[in-house]
Design a protein around this ligand. Structure first.
Ligand code: ATP
Ligand code: MG
Length: 203
């Protein structure tokens, strides 16, 4: 059997996409030798309410990745109606490309949530998890959680990357308060947010 392709999946709400997402994907691409990273905006999430309309989140992802070789937009999850589940997305991709090895790229917060997702054991079987540090989790807590998930069948690669204190939630709050976000998102995304008057009336 010929060697499979190595493809990363960078899933997110991307409300909006920011430099933390882009650095995470770039570090994964470089350290895990990924041929391509698919940026996969979520459709309607059952976990998050009041999310900006999908087309605008997709537009911002397109703008943010357009000059990065190997970064691609994937609309698999936004084209589906109803909730989207990572296990279903991976099942679909694996059925279409059985020789491809998928790498599911996540921030550490997701390690602490993934057991609550639908069929985590299927996710672990179909993809390698590639995990970065974020927020207040310390390395020991991340390793400990990772070991517990590994005992349930997960394969996890830890990325070597600096902690970037950026979140979409914080960006939305800053826009609403009139605080500049130009260091947190690519210039094209900052421009789009301004032009479309996004997040000014966020609750
Ligand atoms: P929100 O605040 O709305 O939840 P977010 O910044 O967490 O937004 P998401 O779209 O929820 O962004 O996250 C997509 C993925 O990117 C997740 O795996 C998340 O852990 C990861 N991620 C987001 N921000 C960072 C960051 N600063 N460093 C590392 N990983 C990050
Ligand atoms: Mg998040």
């Amino acid at each position: 059997m010929k060697n499979g392709r190595r493809i990363g999946i960078m899933g997110g709400t991307f409300n909006p996409i920011h430099n933390g997402h882009l650095l995470l994907a770039a570090k994964a691409q470089e350290q895990v030798f990924l041929e391509q990273v698919l940026f996969m905006p979520s459709g309607n999430s059952y976990m998050k309410r009041n999310v900006l309309e999908t087309q605008k989140r997709v537009d911002m992802v397109s703008l943010a990745i357009k000059n990065h070789p190997g970064f691609e937009l994937s609309l698999i999850e936004t084209r589906k109606s109803g909730n989207t589940y990572t296990c279903e997305t991976l099942n679909y991709l694996k059925a279409a490309n059985p020789n491809t090895q998928y790498y599911f790229i996540v921030g550490a917060d997701i390690l602490f949530q993934i057991e609550q997702w639908r069929h985590p054991e299927q996710i672990f079987q179909m993809a390698v998890l590639v995990c970065a540090v974020r927020d207040d989790y310390d390395i020991d807590a991340i390793q400990e959680k990772g070991n517990a998930l590994a005992a349930s069948g997960a394969n996890i690669i830890y990325l070597n990357m600096p902690k970037l204190d950026i979140s979409s939630t914080d960006i939305r709050a800053k826009v609403k308060s009139g605080i500049p976000i130009s260091k947190l998102v690519p210039p094209e995304v900052a421009h789009y947010i301004e032009q479309e008057h996004l997040y000014y009336e966020e609750d």
